[in-house]
Every structure is written in C-alpha cells, then in structure tokens.
Design a protein around this ligand. Sequence first.
Ligand SMILES: Nc1nc2c(ncn2[C@@H]2O[C@H](COP(=O)(O)O)[C@@H](O)[C@H]2O)c(=O)[nH]1
Ligand SMILES: [Zn+2]
Length: 494
Amino acid sequence: MACNELVNVKKTLLHSPICRLKRMLQQLEVSDVDFEELKRNLEFTASLLEALYTDGTQPPFDADDDLQLRSDVVPVEVRDWLASTFTQRVQPISRRPEEKPRFRSIVHAVQAGIFVERMFRKAYSAAMPDQPADVLNCLRDLDRWSFDVFALDAVSSGHSLKTLFIELIIKHQLNSRFKVPISCLISFLCELERGYSKHTNAYHNHTHAADVTHTVHCLLMRTGVLYSMTELEVLACLFAAAIHDYEHTGNTNNFHIYTRSELAMIYNDHSVQESHHVSAAFRILQDENTNILMNLTRPEWLELRSLVIEMVLGTDMSSHVLQVKAMRTCLQQHESIDKAKALSLILHAADISHPAKSWSLHSRWTPRLMEEFFTQGDKEAELGLAISPLCDRQNTPVAQSQIAFIEFIVEPTFSLISDMSEKIVIPLIQDTTDASPTCSRYRELQWTVADLVSFRSLWMRHTEENKSRWMAKMKNGVSDFRDESETQTGQETA
Ligand SMILES: Nc1nc2c(ncn2[C@@H]2O[C@H](COP(=O)(O)O)[C@@H](O)[C@H]2O)c(=O)[nH]1
Ligand SMILES: [Zn+2]
C-alpha cells in the first residue's frame, strides 16, 4: 500500500477512538459521569487502539479461501503450510513485525533508491565498451518492425543477442529497477550465446534468440500491451525471449522422443526441448557470477520464474492449437484476460513472426530453417527412421509449405494478438480519460491505439506479400527457395 493511502487508512481508524476520548474528557469536566458508560467507552477505545497497534502483523493472506479452513480451529503455521503445499499460490515471505519500515526509514529508502539508480546508470556507462558507430546506427531502428537483426549480428561481430539484450534492459530501465550488476549481465549473455552455438544450428541459434527478443519488445510497444505491464513482467518477457531456445539441439521434439534421447528420458517426452531450455537457463543463474536476478526479492523471483516457465513452455508448437483456442474463447466470452496467457501468446507469436515481416527478412530465415529440417532428415535416413514431414532434402515442397504455414498458423496467431491487444489496451484509455483527459499518459495511449490499428495492416501487408512471393516461385517452377542475395554471395554463416 502506498504511504499516503496507509496514512489515510490510519487517520480514518483513529477518528473514532479520538472522538470517544474527547467525549469522556468533557463528561469528566462537567462531572456528568455514568461509570458504566465510561467503562464501556474505555473498553471500546482500548480495543480499537489495540487493533490498530497489531495491524500489519497478520499473515498477508490466508489459506481459508482455497481450503475453506476455519481460522479459529487451524493454527496460522498449519494454514500457511496447507496454503503453500496444497494450493497453487506462491506465498510471499511475510515481513516480521520488527522489520516493518517506519516512516523515516521509508524516506531514507526512497533517497537511497534514487542514489542507487544514479550509481547504476554511472556503472553501466562506465562498464559498457563504446559501441562502434555501425552498431549504434543499427540500434536506432530498435522500435521498428523492420529491424534487421542480421545486420546487427554482422556489425556486432556475431554478438547480436548480447548487444540487443543489454540495449533493451537499459531502454526499459530494468537494470536500475532490479539492480542487475553489469558484470553479471555480460557474463550471463556470454554463457547464453555459448549455449546457443553448442549444436551449430542453421536456424535455432543466438541470432534467432535475438530476433525473438527484439520482436517481443516490438510487439509489446506496437500493441500497447506494455502499458498494462509491471516492470517485473517486462523483465520476464525479455528474459524468456532471450532464453527460449537455449541449447537447442537442432531437432524436433518428436525426433527426441523417437530416438529416446537423454532429454526425452529426463522430461518424460513432455515439451522435451522447451523444458530443457528453461531449466538449463535457470541453471546459469545458480552461479553468482552470472546471476542477473540476484537482487530480486524472493516473491519477485518466484513470480518471474513462474512467468518465464509458462511462457517458454508455451513455445512448444504442439500447444499452438490449444493456446489459440483458449484465447479466442476468452475473447468471445468477454472473460478477463490472464496476463501469463497473454504474454505466452506474445512470445509464441514472436517465435513464428518472420513470415509476418518483410520478404528481405523472411526469405533469409526460411532457408536456415529448411537446412535445419533437412539435416534432421539426413540423420533420420541414417538411423533407418521414417523421414519427418518437411525434412526430406529431395522431396519437400518448400513454397507450398510456407504458404500453408502463413495461412493456417501465422495469420490466425497475429490476428488473435491484434484482437487481444485491443481488448487489453482500450480499457486503459478509458481509465485514463476518467482520471485526466489531458495527461501525457492519455496522449501516449491514444498514439498506441493508432499504432495498434496500423500494426494490424502492417503485418497483414507482409503476410500477403510473402504468400504472393511463394506463389510466384511455385508458378514459375522455381525450386530454389533461397533468398536471391544469399545465392549470390553464398550462404551466410549461421
Ligand atoms: N514450416 C515452417 N515452420 C516454421 C517457420 N518458422 C517457424 N516455424 C516453426 O515454428 C517453430 C517455432 O518454435 P521454436 O521455439 O522451435 O523456434 C519452429 O521450430 C518451426 O517448427 C516457417 O517459416 N515455416
Ligand atoms: Zn524459437
């Protein structure tokens, strides 16, 4: 509760005992005393003051709601244990009464917070090596849908993920808010990039992770969903995007299951790779030198972890139909939107977003993905297994499959994202108009709605254009699906 609100609540609660005490004094002054009434008044006043004194020492929530326990029968410790073990609520660590901040310490905390934020800003500028002009030039397009992650990778000497993640963390002021030590951040990102190159994949590598991280940022901005989010949720989104394919093996989940791989054994065939990405990424944080979340409070850390797990597991394509259906039903039935579900859908959309971008980007991602599929097909042939769909080097109708992918997967997902964002953002505008129609937040949100409308036509223009390009290739009997620029210069390294 904000400090002002707390003061108001306390004032209201104190009003009644103060009035009663004054009335008792008046009665004593005029010797008009009814001892029975005086006793009752004193008892009542004492009980009010006692209630105020003990206020805040109660546990922050009770298990009764979930487990229907009678609080006079079940002791507090048992209720806490039941709530934390048998319900899905994560119990915040309750502050012990002696740890309650007093007003002076709140003032000091605010002053210290400002000081720490300044220190962090200084530390970041000092520790960040001067970026080459080409990198700065690239990063100028950070908020654009057409941002060229391949160009950033080239000018940052293959460090697009590291460069982009640091830039976004600073842009959203998450480094100072969550006191992310710069040395940890750099070490964490080096580890992350190392993990992404472990299997030398043509598609699932650090450039794809950088692309998805950028796209999540862009989706949050362009749809305006960012305005409905807490800083912790923004951090969770960027973190989830950056790690979402960490140590990807370059194979599909089905390949892991059919070949009874080590990962399939560990995760019992359930979202095999996604479970590994999130688990292995959290393991990086176990080392204090790479623990970028070391200064989060325990409740913040638990909330972030729960969001990240849900989001990354939601990138398993086998959950696509369920995810889309659930959100459609939610929108049709005018139910309130679950934040974790909305953010999962945003990460999933970012993960399959290249067909909704310009041909110059989409036509560079497609051959990379196909090469990875074909490499799996080669392995399957070697192992005497049936070759998976789209994995046969000799026999895959790439153009047709891309048209189908765009029409049946990408377009419905982006259409849903646009509808969902309208449902989230438009009420924010209404709330702000009620408060103050002239405030800057209201103007920002108005721009956002305009952005949201233009965003729908932007991605639709790209999906239409990309489908026509694939159609033209099909009609002209062009079997080479690689991008023209790459066929001239040879394929770029992954
Ligand atoms: N046939 C196509 N499939 C695609 C394309 N782009 C992405 N994908 C599929 O989506 C998943 C995304 O999940 P990820 O976390 O593994 O990146 C990817 O594996 C492909 O199966 C595309 O252009 N065509
Ligand atoms: Zn991915």
